[in-house]
Each structure stands twice: as structure tokens, then as C-alpha cells.
Design a protein around this ligand. Structure first.
Ligand SMILES: Cc1cc2nc3c(=O)[nH]c(=O)nc-3n(C[C@H](O)[C@H](O)[C@H](O)COP(=O)(O)OP(=O)(O)OC[C@H]3O[C@@H](n4cnc5c(N)ncnc54)[C@H](O)[C@@H]3O)c2cc1C
Length: 446
């Protein structure tokens, strides 16, 4: 099935009120939804249940947590307001990027004490994904190969530092610095000043990964409920998670709603920017075009704060993503907003039809340190991966499972970091998001 070139109302050319939140009963129209593997429908919760652990949200964080817990023998119930993979996980660029976005500041805070753990966490998700793809036979187009590309001289300096640091970690066989004059052969564009290839990173079909992991979890006895919005959590020695038609009483609750949830506002509101990012998928490229623009099949990410990221799909489409709404509002047409960015890098693809355009919310944290922690003794949360969530959410799922088992060592590396709260309510907070985006854009322009 082919969706329209833009999930917009074609008769008016206007975007629906909020593309990022529309389609409650299905995945948003995207290349991923159109190419998703067959997956079971999970029923809504219509009764009261008891479980060891109740997980709220069925994106990568929730499903990875549930699967790890099930592998360790816990009974787990997952509640998802829409569908498995409906949020950022099923919409993402699919770039499996290692390293924590705030690695430098975490190292500064903790010194050598946690340097190894922080580094290992940055790539732990890669290992978990590879293991699960193999163990559960998940067909999600997992491939290795990734390049950071520089737009400013300072990005080149950053690449040299990263190269040195990663070589110091024994990763030299995975890395290659690419000079500007070699880049047209590697990426078919002269827009970048240099690149750092990291073949430990890679790319995948995120919705199929999430659906496959959910199926694996269900196979291990995890109870999944879709169309089940959590309306509140009653705290206590045995917390109770409430929904419209049923309740779940659990020993532990794991909150995995990321940029899409409003639960536990006293503790969590204003800590994550729900920042919009958008992706275009072209019609399939010819083999000659692929050989010209990305012969190594690399996932590509520029080093701006408000960045462009792109890669090829398994069926040779260019999936081109980026942040484009500095107002904090939806663009009226994702295609119109994003196509100039694509054409700036690849004018030779300007004639290509755009088959899909979609967007989603990334949970960005002001200091880029993922928000992991606990509320009382038995409610845990993990969110705010600032654009690194494909891999990091999997590592954090394991950290959540450790917390359920009473081990907080890795969680506390994050939970003890102080965070700045975006002030005021959701409306004024929206302006704060816009100001934040503007700030990051200005940093890029400096
Ligand atoms: C367009 C886009 C491109 C991206 N590209 C990349 C990339 O290339 N690489 C990368 O590493 N990261 C990328 N990211 C970020 C990455 O996708 C996220 O960090 C990651 O998927 C977060 O997973 P999650 O499970 O925490 O959140 P989500 O996938 O958003 O899942 C949260 C789930 O919780 C559910 N939920 C919320 N509230 C409730 C409630 N009250 N009751 C029940 N359920 C609830 C939601 O419906 C949702 O399904 C991208 C994000 C977007 C939007």
C-alpha cells in the first residue's frame, strides 16, 4: 500500500491539527507502517489484573524492559495507549547510534569512577539489539555502517577527539576518518567538510524491530494491551495503575512513555522537550543513484544541534530526516518544509517523488542526560534520550530491569544528575520549547 506523498489533507494542502498525535488507532502513515511485518493485535485491558511489573508504554523502552524482565522470569503487563511502536520508536530514523549524548558531562561529574560503565552503556543497546534480532529471528533490516559528517571546522575537531577517544577504547577497527575530498565518493555530495565512519553503529527498520521484540515478549508470557491509556498511578507498597476499563496492581511500575506521556507531573513535568522531527521517504532510487550517493549503505548524521540525518531503506529509498519547526508547532506541510533540506544535500535527486512524509516527538533533555530514576520505592522511569534512543532505550530497559531486581548502580549514574525544569504549564512551556529550538539553531549558526 502506498500512502499519499504527505499525510496531509490533499484537498486543502493543510496539515491536520496535530500530525504527531493523530492516528490513535493505527501507526502514523509512514514508510515503516507501509512495510511493517505482520503482527498480532493486542486487546485493550478490560479487567483488573495482578502482575510483578506493570510497564507503561510499548515503545523500545517499554518493550525492551518487558522482554528483559520476562527473560529473567518476572510476570509483566505492558499497557499502551495506542499501538506497539506507535510513538517515536515506530517512526524514528532507525539509526543505531552509540555513545551517550551527555557522555562528556557525565564523565566530568563522575570522573574515572564510572567512565567505563558510561562508555559501555553507550554501546550496550547495540549488543542487546543484535542478540534479540538473532535469538528471536526478528526481520528488521539491521545493517552496520554509519558516518558523522562535519559542517563546521569545529565539527572536524570534534571528530578527531571522538576518533582518538574511541581508538583508546579499542574501536579502531570500526573507525575511519574521511577527508573532504573523499566524501563525494562516499556520499555523493560536496556539502560536508569531513566525516567519521563508525561501523559499530548501523541502521534498521525501527517499527519492525519493536513489533518483533513485542512478539518475542508475548511469547515469553508478557501480557500486552493496546488501546489502553493509563490515567493515573496510585502510589503505595503495591502501586495500582489505573485505566478507563481496568486496573493493574503490581510490585513495580516502569514508566516508559517518553515524550508522549503526562504522568507523574509533580516529579516529571517540564523535564523533557517534546521536540518535533520529520522524515521524508523518496520513491526507490535506481542502483546507479545508490552507487553514487551511498555505495557503502551508511546511516548519515550531521553534527548540528538541529540536525539532518538520512540513510537508505532496504528497498533503496532515501529516508531523509531533520528538525524543522523552530516554532514548536507542526509544519503545515512536512514535505514542503523538509524537501529543500534534502535537495540542498542532493540536488541530483530533486526530481524524485516523495512517497511518504511523517514526524514524531523526540524527548530532548536540556543537559542531554537521559532521565532515569525512581519515584518512591517502586515506580521507575526512563526517558529523554535526546535523539539516541534506538540503541540507548534498549540499554535503559536493562537498567530498569536491574532496578526491579534491586540493583541501582547504573540507574544512579543518571538519577543523581540535577536537571533544569522548563517552567510553567504546557502552553507557556510550548514557547519555552520554541525558544530552546531557537537557541540550539543559533548554536549551529555560530
Ligand atoms: C522522527 C524521529 C526520528 C528519530 N530518529 C532517531 C534515530 O535515527 N536514532 C535514534 O537513536 N533515535 C531516534 N529518534 C528517537 C528515538 O526514536 C526515541 O528516543 C525512542 O524511540 C524512544 O523510545 P521510547 O520507548 O522511550 O518512547 P516511544 O517510542 O515514544 O514510546 C512511548 C510510548 O508510550 C505510550 N504512552 C505514553 N503515555 C501513555 C499512557 N498514559 N498510557 C499508555 N501508553 C502511553 C505512547 O503511546 C508510546 O507508544 C527519533 C525520533 C523520532 C520521532
Amino acid at each position: 500500500m502506498m500512502y499519499s506523498s504527505d499525510p496531509m489533507d490533499q484537498s486543502t494542502g493543510r496539515a491536520p491539527a496535530d500530525t504527531l498525535m493523530n492516528y490513535p488507532d493505527s501507526h502514523c502513515p509512514s514508510y515503516y507502517a507501509a512495510t511493517s511485518n505482520e503482527s498480532p493485535e493486542y486487546p485493550p485491558l478490560r479487567t483488573d489484573v495482578r502482575t510483578d511489573v506493570c510497564v507503561i508504554g510499548a515503545g523500545f523502552t517499554g518493550i525492551a524492559t518487558a522482554l528483559t524482565l520476562a527473560e529473567r522470569g518476572y510476570s509483566v503487563t505492558v499497557l499502551e495507549q495506542h499501538k506497539v511502536g506507535w510513538g517515536a520508536s515506530g517512526r524514528s530514523g532507525g539509526q543505531m547510534v552509540g555513545g551517550l549524548p551527555s557522555e562528556a558531562s557525565l564523565k566530568k561529574r563522575w570522573g574515572d569512577a564510572h567512565a567505563d560503565t558510561v562508555f559501555e552503556l553507550g554501546y550496550r543497546g547495540h549488543t542487546i539489539i543484535a542478540q534479540r534480532v538473532q535469538q528471536y529471528g526478528i526481520d528488521c533490516d539491521l545493517k552496520y555502517g554509519y558516518i558523522d559528517v562535519a559542517l563546521r571546522p569545529r565539527h572536524l575537531e570534534q571528530q578527531k577527539r571522538w576518533h582518538e577517544e574511541l581508538c583508546g577504547r579499542g574501536m579502531e577497527d570500526h573507525l575511519r576518518l574521511v577527508a573532504a575530498d573523499e566524501l563525494p565518493d562516499v556520499l555523493g555530495t560536496d556539502k560536508y567538510l569531513g566525516g567519521l565512519i563508525n561501523n559499530r553503529n548501523g541502521h534498521l527498520h525501527p517499527l519492525n524491530l519493536c513489533l518483533g521484540e513485542a512478539r518475542a515478549a508475548a511469547g515469553l508470557g508478557v501480557s500486552l494491551y493496546e488501546g489502553t491509556e493509563v490515567t493515573g498511578i496510585e502510589h503505595g507498597s503495591r502501586p495500582v495503575v489505573t485505566t478507563r476499563q481496568g486496573k493493574v496492581s503490581a510490585d513495580f511500575v516502569v514508566l516508559a512513555g517518553n515524550a508522549y506521556h503526562h504522568l507523574e507531573p509533580d516529579r516529571l513535568s517540564g523535564l523533557v522537550f517534546p521536540s518535533g522531527t520529520y522524515i521524508l521517504a523518496t520513491e526507490p532510487l535506481t542502483e546507479e543513484e545508490v552507487a553514487q550517493i551511498n555505495p557503502l549503505d551508511l546511516a548519515v548524521c550531521d553534527q548540528n544541534q538541529v540536525l539532518d540525518y538520512f540513510r537508505l531503506s532496504a528497498d533503496r529509498r532515501l529516508l531523509f530526516g531533520g528538525g524543522c519547526n523552530y516554532s514548536g508547532r507542526e509544519p503545515r506541510s512536512i514535505e514542503k518544509a523538509m524537501a529543500p533540506r534534502l535537495r540542498r544535500i542532493y540536488p541530483q535527486l530533486a526530481h524524485k517523488r516523495i512517497d511518504y512524509a511523517w514526524g514524531g516527538k523526540v524527548g530532548v533533555v536540556v543537559n542531554r542526560t537521559p532521565l532515569l530514576g525512581r519515584i518512591g520505592e517502586n515506580i521507575f522511569y526512563a526517558q529523554g534520550y535526546s535523539g539516541h534512543g534506538v540503541s540507548l532505550s534498549h540499554a535503559c530497559g536493562e537498567v530498569m530491569a536491574d532496578a526491579v531486581a534491586g540493583t541501582f548502580e547504573r540507574m544512579d549514574i543518571f538519577s543523581q544528575v540535577p536537571h533544569r525544569r522548563i517552567p510553567f504549564g504546557p502552553t507557556v512551556g510550548g514557547y519555552a520549547v520554541a525558544l530552546g529550538m531557537l537557541y540550539f539553531r543559533l548554536l549551529d549558526l555560530l
